[in-house]
Write a protein that binds this ligand. Structure first.
Ligand SMILES: *[C@@H]1O[C@H](CO)[C@@H](O)[C@H](O)[C@H]1NC(C)=O
Ligand SMILES: *[C@@H]1O[C@H](CO)[C@@H](O)[C@H](O)[C@H]1NC(C)=O
Ligand SMILES: *[C@@H]1O[C@H](CO)[C@@H](O)[C@H](O)[C@H]1NC(C)=O
Ligand SMILES: *[C@@H]1O[C@H](CO)[C@@H](O)[C@H](O)[C@H]1NC(C)=O
Ligand SMILES: *[C@@H]1O[C@H](CO)[C@@H](O)[C@H](O)[C@H]1NC(C)=O
Length: 289
């Protein structure tokens, strides 16, 4: 027994002391690394907390208002049979029409999304009709415009024929959507209009796109013309030469303001029939988004 202990302690005497101190050192380093890691994580979380609030919300989910919220939404039919004043729907008079509006922000892919919708022969998305100030100066002007769109009396290059099965337009958050939200929600629910919220997850890229677009507006890189949306590879390559200068002092507050705007819009319109779509989820090519 004594010999056994001796043999053991012999090893222990020789090996243990250095092992003990290195273990201690390791523990200290580990503890330090853990504490520091947690500290960094808290800082990061603080900085991106409002960002994650928006991104976690509704990812490609069709978000119907809850049953307890507002029963009126469910009593309004989704299908409509409008009677346009400017033409007769003729043989399609019994074809139902769906009403929609794409609610978005500039440089978020809504132009591309709208082109996609309009490629369907019976879908008509009439563009950014509220870019004209007179159409959104007050709520009665907005209603007049909306009534014409949903009565199929609005004419644009995207207008379809008497057999249109869905009609809508795109509406930017800075075009009266936020100012008149209460009346607009009431109108949309009364008339059975569905909303498609289209936003970008990567708000920094959106900011760069805004900068590039405004730079191109006065520099006119494309042979002296300004195009909000490029249509060829050459045009895209020319515009991609642009190197934005981001004001780092204002960066975080600018991004935060954009996030808050989106979150607020979703809250204001939470009782409408709507879905939330993110551009990055629609576009598979990561270089594009
Ligand atoms: C909509 O948002 C308001 C304000 O935050 C909230 O009180 C209400 O419960 C929300 N309604 C639904 C249906 O989520
Ligand atoms: C468009 O509407 C017409 C008339 O209802 C219908 O015959 C046709 O199949 C529709 N086209 C598509 C692609 O759904
Ligand atoms: C609303 O705006 C339209 C267009 O700017 C104007 O003609 C009309 O008088 C305004 N109505 C009210 C009630 O302010
Ligand atoms: C600009 O114009 C030239 C000559 O017409 C043409 O070759 C070139 O492709 C144009 N560039 C762009 C970016 O449109
Ligand atoms: C960034 O914006 C702030 C506030 O507007 C301004 O004072 C500052 O000069 C800007 N910085 C640059 C590099 O433009």
């Amino acid at each position: 027994m004594a010999e056994y202990i001796y043999l053991l302690s012999k090893d222990a005497v020789i090996i243990k002391p250095p092992k003990k101190s290195s273990m201690l050192l390791r523990m200290v380093v580990l503890m330090f690394a853990m504490t520091f890691g947690v500290y960094i994580c808290t800082i990061c979380r603080q900085q991106i907390s409002s960002l994650s609030k928006v991104t976690i919300k509704n990812i490609q989910v069709i978000d119907e208002p809850s049953n307890t919220a507002d029963h009126s939404v469910f009593h309004v039919p989704k299908l409509h049979y409008p009677n346009p004043e400017s033409f007769s729907r003729e043989e399609c008079v019994d074809n139902p029409v769906r009403y929609f509006a794409i609610v978005s922000t500039q440089r978020s892919g809504s132009g591309w999304f709208e082109t996609l919708l309009n490629s369907h022969v019976n879908v008509s998305s009439n563009g950014e009709i509220f870019s004209v100030l007179d159409r959104r100066r007050n709520f009665s002007a907005i209603v007049e415009t909306l009534d014409r769109v949903y009565n199929l009396d609005w004419f644009s290059s995207a207008s379809k024929n008497e057999c249109s099965a869905a009609v809508g337009f795109k509406w930017m958050l800075n075009q009266g959507v936020m100012e008149h939200h209460e009346e607009i929600v009431e109108y949309l629910n009364r008339r059975g209009v569905s909303l498609i919220f289209l936003f970008r997850r990567n708000l920094l890229r959106r900011m760069v796109s805004l900068l590039a677009n405004s730079y191109d507006k006065y520099a006119k890189l494309l042979n002296g013309t300004h195009k909000s949306h490029v249509h060829t590879t050459e045009e895209a390559e020319t515009l991609s030469q642009f190197k934005p200068i981001v004001n780092s002092t204002l960066l975080i507050s600018d991004l935060r303001r954009a996030e808050i705007l989106v979150a607020k819009a979703l809250e204001y319109y939470n009782t409408t029939r709507h879905m939330v779509v993110y551009y990055e989820d629609l576009v598979k090519d990561s270089k594009v988004s």
